[in-house]
Design a protein around this ligand. Structure first.
Ligand SMILES: [Zn+2]
Length: 253
């Protein structure tokens, strides 16, 4: 066997770290966010539709001969929940791609970011109230089962809909302006890191990208330790960045 072809090793060892461009441009982020929001709203409308069917079934205004009332209601609740979960996730994704403004609109900012929770309540609470008030429309055992299923569904939908780490348009813009180097994030964390060797992610697999990529992926906060290290080493300005406050009390160092 004659295998003596020497491949020229094309190593670009000394190539300077090229500044990666974000995966999506601003316009792409905006249009993707708009699409996600429209789909989320359609899903919430569908979810309300399933809730209405469940209510009609409870009130015996809807009767399906081959489907017992309890099962009809449970199926509607599950479909309602599926729509709610997907809508909540899409809505959150959109608020990372194209965050809402906070300036002069603090209440609106909270409402828009937590719309998933509000919609979860709208999609389940009326049904739950009716289950408690219409005692004669269903046998006791079935009514208790359906009520429990509905309450669990409300909690799950609320949990998926809640945005625990919202970011504002202002904070995203400040991060993009201030942080131009590669940042890192892990599969399950909600923060991004400015240093690959940050001790908080030492044992995790790290995704590199621009700060825009990190925020688009839902990593809305800069790591406290990285931020303060960069403040000293790179003269990073922390004003306007989304940093978890008070973490020094918990973490030490
Ligand atoms: Zn860090």
């Amino acid at each position: 066997m004659e295998e003596k072809k020497k491949k020229p090793v094309q190593k670009t060892e000394d190539a300077p770290e090229t500044k990666a461009a974000p995966k999506l441009t601003k316009a792409e982020e905006k249009s993707k966010a708009t699409t996600l929001r429209i789909v989320a709203i359609i899903l919430w409308v569908l979810a309300i539709g399933f809730e209405v069917v469940a209510i009609l079934s409870l009130l015996k205004a809807l009767y399906i001969p081959w489907l017992p009332q309890m099962w009809c209601m449970i199926i509607c609740i599950v479909l309602d929940l599926i729509c709610c979960i997907i809508a909540g996730l899409l809505w959150k994704k959109a608020s990372y791609l194209d965050p809402f403004k906070k300036t002069n609109n603090k209440v609106g900012f909270v409402i828009l970011n937590q719309l998933g929770v509000i919609m979860a309540v709208i999609c389940f609470l009326p049904l739950i109230i009716l289950l408690f008030t219409n005692k004669d429309k269903m046998d006791k055992k079935s009514r208790i089962i359906v009520t429990i299923v509905a309450i669990i569904a409300l909690l799950i939908a609320g949990l998926f809909g809640a945005n625990f780490n919202p970011i504002s348009a202002e904070e995203k813009a400040a991060a993009e302006e201030e942080i131009t180097d590669t940042v890192y994030w892990t599969a399950f964390g909600h923060k991004y890191h400015l240093y690959e060797d940050c001790h908080t992610i030492a044992n995790s697999e790290k995704n590199p990208g621009t700060v825009t990529d990190a925020i688009d992926a839902g990593r809305t906060e800069v790591c406290y330790y990285c931020a303060h290290r960069a403040e000293k080493e790179k003269d990073l300005k922390l004003d306007g960045l989304n940093i978890e406050e008070g973490v020094e009390e918990l973490g030490g160092e």
